[in-house]
Design a protein around this ligand. Structure first.
Ligand code: NI
Length: 144
């Protein structure tokens, strides 16, 4: 028997969409105003889903305090109120980082949360605005 638990979090961060190999004009054409040189911010909404059996004693799939503490340490403390392009290694052009699209941010958050020890991480869903969101459930080959 398996049950899923989904918990919702939020954080604010800024970014700029621009690939270092492209010219300013190419970036502008590809990313539009998201390529503006001084960046812009989002209030991201993050949904984290974990799954597992219901513990026979506690009646819980995972303790919310454990999940909250883990997400706080691995994601919120890391990403809240930062400029993703400069302050997060995975997105720094100088470190060969990815463009900080919400797709890539979603994958990076999944990678950070995957070691959660008390239940299996199923997926993360990240809302960039009220109109678009992305979901990542890891690579199929690595799922048990
Ligand atoms: Ni944006």
């Amino acid at each position: 028997m398996k049950i899923e638990l989904t918990r919702r979090y939020s954080f604010a961060a800024s970014h700029r969409l621009a690939h270092p190999r492209f010219t300013e004009e190419e970036n502008r054409r590809l990313y539009g105003k998201c390529a503006n040189p001084y960046g812009h911010g989002h209030n991201y909404v993050l949904e984290v889903t974990v799954a597992g059996p219901v513990d026979a004693t506690t009646g819980m799939v995972a303790n919310l305090a454990d999940l909250d503490g883990f997400v706080q340490r691995e994601v919120l403390d890391v990403f809240d109120h930062v400029y993703l392009n400069e302050q997060i290694e995975a997105f720094r052009p100088e470190s060969g980082g990815q463009v900080p699209t919400t797709e890539n941010l979603c994958i990076e958050i999944f990678r950070r949360l995957q070691p959660f020890p008390f239940a299996r991480l199923c997926r993360v869903r990240l809302e960039e605005t009220g109109r678009n969101s992305f979901e990542y459930a890891g690579q199929a080959s690595r799922r048990p």
